[in-house]
Ligand binder design. Structure first.
Ligand SMILES: Cc1cc2nc3c(=O)[nH]c(=O)nc-3n(C[C@H](O)[C@H](O)[C@H](O)COP(=O)(O)OP(=O)(O)OC[C@H]3O[C@@H](n4cnc5c(N)ncnc54)[C@H](O)[C@@H]3O)c2cc1C
Length: 394
C-alpha cells in the first residue's frame, strides 16, 4: 500500500482519474489501496455532480426492468457486496455513510398501477427475486402514513439505502488515507495522447500531469473530453433529475422504509430527512430546478403519503445522470492503451460504485475485467478497441 509519505513523491502518478464523483473516488480508493500512485482530479469540489443530489437507493429489485437481465445480475451482485464495501469504507474513513437495510415497499394507488405492479411482481418472482405481494391493508399496516387509496404493493427486503453525500466524503477520506492525491478546483482540459496510448492529462491551468493510465469518470461529461480521437470516445448524455429534500421529526419518522409508486419515491433517513425524487428529463445539460418539477414531485408524493405536506421543504435540486446510448454502464479499457472508462451509471451509480471500482482496479492493474462487467465494455459501441485479456470475455 502507498503511504502518505510516498504521496509526496515527485514521481509522476501511475493513474489519473478524471472526476471525483462516487465512481471516480471509489475507483481511486481501490487503485491507491493496490499500491498505485493515483491522482483524482475534479473541476469543482468533490462529488458535486450527480452524486451530490442522488437519493441513495440501493435498488436492484425495483430497478429491474424487462429485458435487462445482465444489468440486474450486476446490480444484485453490487447489492450483495454493499455491506462489506461499506464496512470496510467506514472503518478506513471513520465516517458513517448512513447505510440502512430498511427494505422497500412499492405501492399502487389505483387499478392501473396495481396491474402494472402485478406484472412487475410476476417478472421479479420469475427471476427468483425476493419480492412479496401485499394487499393495500397490509401495506398500510407496514406504513401507516400511506394514503387509504393504496390498493396493493410489492415488498422487497433486498432494496436498501445509503447517504450519497456521506458516502462521497468517506470515499475521499479513505482515498487520501490510502495515499491518493485529490486535486480539486482544476478541470482536465484534455487527455494527452502519444501514438496509440494515453500519456496523461492537461489541466485547464495548463499544467500537465503525465500518467500511464487515465480513468475517465467524469459523469455526463465523460464523452466530451478533448484530446481523444473521435474513434476512441464513448457517447454519454446527461439525463436531468429533479429531487427534493424534506425534513421531519427524526424521533418520529413518517416512513420506516423506502416507499415508491410508479411515479415517485420517498427515501426516509434515520434523522428525519425525507428525500422525494426524481424526475427523468431529456433536456441536455440544463440543471435548473423548475416549478413544474417541484409540483410534479410533491403532487405524486402527497398522493401516496399525504403527511408530506407537514414537513419542511429544505432543498430542491437537480442533477445530471450520466447515460450511455443503451442506458447501461460503460466500464472497461478503451481504444487507446492506458485509457479506461468508468461512466454512464445512469440511475445506479451509487449502488454500482463499489463493484465498478473493483473492476477499474482490475483493468488498470491486470488488463482484466470481471465476468460481471462482460456486457458493459465500451467495445459494444464499436470503434477501434484495443484487444484485452478479459476474464471470461469473448
Ligand atoms: C436525481 C437523481 C437521483 C439519483 N438517485 C440514485 C439512487 O437513488 N441510487 C443510485 O444508485 N443512483 C442514483 N442516481 C444516479 C447516480 O447519482 C449517478 O449514477 C452517479 O452519481 C454517477 O457518479 P459519477 O461519479 O459517474 O458522476 P458524478 O457524480 O456526476 O461525478 C462526475 C464528476 O466529474 C467531474 N468532471 C466532469 N468533467 C470534468 C473535467 N473535465 N475535469 C475534471 N473533472 C470533471 C464533475 O465535476 C463531477 O464531480 C441519481 C441521480 C440523480 C440525478
Amino acid at each position: 500500500m502507498v503511504t502518505p509519505k510516498q504521496r509526496m513523491s515527485p514521481d509522476p502518478p501511475d493513474v489519473v482519474v478524471v472526476g471525483a464523483g462516487a465512481i471516480g473516488l471509489a475507483s481511486g480508493w481501490r487503485l491507491a489501496q493496490r499500491g498505485m500512485r493515483t491522482v483524482v482530479v475534479d473541476g469543482g469540489e468533490p462529488a458535486r455532480g450527480a452524486t451530490h443530489v442522488a437519493a441513495g437507493m440501493l435498488a436492484p429489485v425495483n430497478e429491474a426492468h424487462f429485458g435487462e437481465q445482465e444489468l440486474l445480475t450486476l446490480n444484485l451482485e453490487a447489492a450483495r457486496a454493499y455491506p462489506g464495501f461499506i464496512a470496510e469504507l467506514e472503518r478506513e474513513a471513520g465516517v458513517d455513510v448512513g447505510y440502512r437495510p430498511c427494505g422497500t415497499l412499492t405501492v399502487a394507488l389505483d387499478r392501473d398501477q396495481a396491474e402494472l405492479l402485478r406484472r412487475l411482481h410476476r417478472f421479479q418472482v420469475s427471476l427468483g427475486l425476493e419480492a412479496e405481494w401485499l394487499s393495500g391493508r397490509d401495506c398500510r399496516r407496514l406504513e401507516p402514513a400511506l394514503a387509504p387509496r393504496v390498493v396493493g404493493g410489492i415488498r422487497s427486503s433486498v432494496d436498501h439505502q445509503v447517504r450519497p453525500r456521506a458516502l462521497a466524503l468517506a470515499l475521499a477520506t479513505a482515498f487520501e488515507r490510502a495515499g491518493g492525491e485529490l486535486r480539486t478546483g482544476s478541470a482536465v482540459s484534455s487527455v494527452t495522447v502519444d501514438g496509440d496510448r494515453v500519456a496523461g492529462i492537461v489541466l485547464d491551468s495548463g499544467e500537465p500531469i503525465a500518467a500511464a493510465h487515465v480513468v475517465v469518470a467524469a459523469g455526463w461529461q465523460s464523452g466530451s473530453l478533448s484530446g481523444l480521437p473521435a474513434e476512441a470516445r464513448v457517447a454519454v448524455r446527461p439525463v436531468k433529475g429533479q429531487i427534493l429534500r424534506l425534513r421531519g421529526d427524526g424521533g418520529k419518522p413518517l416512513l420506516e422504509r423506502v416507499v415508491r409508486t410508479p411515479e415517485v419515491y420517498l427515501v426516509p433517513r434515520a434523522d428525519g430527512e425525507l428525500v422525494v425524487g426524481a424526475t427523468v428529463e431529456e433536456r441536455g445539460a440544463d440543471a435548473a430546478v423548475t416549478a413544474g418539477g417541484v409540483l410534479e414531485l410533491l403532487r405524486a408524493a402527497y398522493e401516496a403519503v399525504p403527511g408530506v405536506t407537514e414537513l419542511e421543504l429544505v432543498e430542491a435540486s437537480a442533477g445530471l445522470r450520466p447515460a450511455s446510448p443503451d442506458n447501461r454502464p460503460i466500464v472497461g479499457a478503451g481504444a487507446l492503451e492506458g485509457l479506461v472508462w468508468a461512466t454512464a451509471h445512469w440511475r445506479n451509480g451509487i449502488l454500482l460504485a463499489g463493484v465498478t471500482a473493483d473492476a477499474v482496479a482490475d483493468v488498470v492493474q491486470a488488463g482484466e475485467r470481471p465476468e460481471s462487467f462482460r456486457a458493459f465494455g465500451p467495445e459494444r459501441f464499436g470503434g477501434a478497441v484495443r484487444q484485452l485479456t478479459e476474464t471470461g470475455a469473448g
